[in-house]
Design a protein around this ligand. Structure first.
Ligand code: NAP
Ligand code: GDD
Length: 358
C-alpha cells in the first residue's frame, strides 16, 4: 500500500488508544495522525506529569484539541471504558495499556492480572454492551513473553505458549479472550504477538534503555558502573516505530487474525551492553563467571557488574521470532539491524547527557 493511498483511505477515521503515554503509544499516535486519523487517548491520573512522550503533539495547536484528544481513564474501570466508547465511537482501538514490566509483575501479580488480563476482557465486553461490535476493529498488544520457556525455535504463530511470569500469564488471558470474542461474537479483534522492540523512548527500567542511559552517564563521568542481572538472556530486539506501523497493518486486513512481529535475530544482554559501550568509545572485556562476572574498559575500570536483585524468579532464556506470516500477508519487514538499533539508542542518550551538562 502506498503512503498516499493509506492517507486518503484513513482521513477522518477515529482511533482510540490505551497506553498512549507509553513508548508504543507515542509512535503509533504520530503515525496515525500522519495518516489522517483523529486520535483519542486514554491517560491515567498521576501526581506527577507523565505525558512527556506525546507533549510535542499535544502542545501543537494544529493537533492538540483539534485531532488529538486525551481522556482520563483506567483499564481497571469498566464504567469509564463504557463512557469512553460511547463518547468517542472509534473505528479502531489499539489496546496498548498495560503494567508492562515483567520483573515488577512478580511484585504486583494481582494488579498485573487486573490490567493486562481482565482489562482486555472489560474492553471487549464494553464494545459489545455499547453496540459497537459490528463497527470497531480491536488490536491487542500481545507479546513474545507468551512463549516463555520456549517450545520451538524460532517461535511462530503456531508455537505453543508457556508463560514464565505473572505478566506473561495475564497476557495469555488477554490473547485467548481476543480469540474467544472474535469467534463467539464476530468482533474484528486481532493479536499482535510482538517481540521486544526498543527506541530512545523506551522506559528506563527495561534493560536496553537502562544500559544506553548508563553508558552515556559513564561516558561523561557522571557514573562509574551499571548493575545488571542476567547477562545470558537472549532477546529478539527490533526498532519500535517499525513495530507500531505493523500494528496498524494488522488492523487493515479484511479478516481478523494474529501475527508475530519480530526480527528473526537474537542477541544476549551481554552483547547489547558490549555494543553500546563500544559505540561510546569504551570497549569492554569480560572477567569472571555468574554473579562475579564484570565488564572492564580498556583502563581496567569495572563498567558492568552483576546485582542478583535483578534476577527474576523464573526467566525467559531465549526469544527469537519468525515473522514470515506478517511478511507474506502484511508486507511487513523490519529494517533496522541490531547494531543500528544500539547506535540509535546510545547516540540519543549521549546527546541527552551532553545537553544536560553545565
Ligand atoms: P510502556 O511504555 O510501559 O507503556 C505502557 C502504557 O500503559 C503507558 O501509557 C501506561 O500509562 C499505560 N498503563 C499502565 N497501566 C494502565 C492502566 N491500569 N490503565 C490504563 N493504562 C495503563 O509499554 P510499551 O513498551 O509502549 O508497550 C505497549 C504495549 O505492548 C504493552 O501492553 C506491552 O505489554 C506490550 N508489549 C510491549 C513490547 C515491547 O517490547 N515494548 C513487546 C510486546 C508487547 P502511564 O504512562 O500512566 O504509566
Ligand atoms: N529490566 C532489566 N533490568 N532486565 C535485565 C537486567 C536489568 O538490570 N539485567 C538483565 N536483564 C534481563 C532480564 O532478566 C530479561 O531476560 C532481559 O534482560 C530483558 O528484560 P527487559 O528489558 O525488562 O524486557 P523483557 O524481555 O522482560 O520484557 C519486555 O519485552 C516483552 C516482549 O518480549 C517488555 O517490554 C514486555 O512488556 C514485553 O512483553
Amino acid at each position: 500500500m502506498t503512503k498516499q493511498a493509506s492517507q486518503q483511505s484513513c482521513e477522518g477515521r477515529v482511533a482510540l488508544l490505551t497506553g498512549i503515554t507509553g513508548q508504543d503509544g507515542s509512535y503509533l499516535t504520530e503515525q496515525l495522525l500522519e495518516k489522517g486519523y483523529i486520535v483519542h487517548g486514554m491517560v491515567r491520573r498521576s501526581s506527577s506529569f507523565n505525558r512527556a512522550r506525546i507533549e510535542h503533539l499535544y502542545l501543537d495547536p494544529a493537533i492538540g484539541g483539534e485531532r488529538l484528544f486525551l481522556h482520563y481513564g483506567d483499564l481497571t474501570d469498566s464504567s469509564n471504558l463504557n463512557r469512553l466508547l460511547e463518547k468517542v465511537g472509534p473505528d479502531e482501538i489499539y489496546n496498548l495499556g498495560a503494567q508492562s514490566h515483567v520483573k515488577v509483575s512478580f511484585e504486583v501479580p494481582e494488579y498485573t492480572a487486573e490490567v493486562d488480563g481482565i482489562g482486555t476482557l472489560r474492553f471487549l465486553d464494553a464494545i459489545k454492551e455499547v453496540g459497537l461490535k459490528e463497527k470497531v476493529r480491536f488490536y491487542q498488544a500481545s507479546t513474545s513473553e507468551l512463549y516463555g520457556k520456549v517450545q520451538d525455535v524460532p517461535q511462530t504463530e503456531a508455537t505453543p505458549f508457556y508463560p514464565r511470569s505473572p505478566y506473561g500469564v495475564a497476557k495469555l488471558y488477554g490473547f485467548w479472550i481476543i480469540v474467544n470474542y472474535r469467534e463467539a461474537y464476530g468482533i474484528h479483534a486481532c493479536n499482535g504477538i510482538l517481540f521486544n522492540h526498543e527506541s530512545p523512548r523506551r522506559g528506563e527500567a527495561f534493560v536496553t534503555r537502562k544500559i544506553t542511559q548508563m553508558v552515556a552517564r559513564i561516558r561523561y563521568g557522571l557514573a562509574e558502573t551499571v548493575q545488571l542481572g542476567n547477562l545470558d538472556a537472549k532477546r529478539d530486539w527490533g526498532y519500535a516505530p517499525e513495530f507500531t506501523e505493523g500494528m496498524w497493518r494488522i488492523l487493515q486486513q479484511d479478516q481478523p487474525d494474529d501475527y508475530v512481529l519480530a526480527t528473526n535475530e537474537t542477541h544476549t544482554v551481554r552483547e547489547f551492553a558490549e555494543e553500546a559501550f563500544r559505540h561510546a568509545g569504551l570497549p569492554l572485556h569480560w572477567e569472571g563467571k555468574g554473579a562475579d562476572e564484570v565488564g572492564r574498559d580498556a583502563e581496567g575500570k569495572v563498567r558492568v557488574a552483576i546485582d542478583p536483585a535483578y534476577y527474576r524468579p523464573s526467566e525467559v532464556d531465549l526469544l527469537i521470532g519468525d515473522y514470515g506470516k506478517a511478511r507474506k500477508e502484511l508486507g511487513w519487514e523490519p529494517q533496522t539491524t541490531f547494531a543500528e538499533l544500539v547506535r540509535i539508542m546510545t547516540e540519543a542518550d549521549l546527546e541527552q547527557v551532553r545537553n544536560s551538562l553545565p
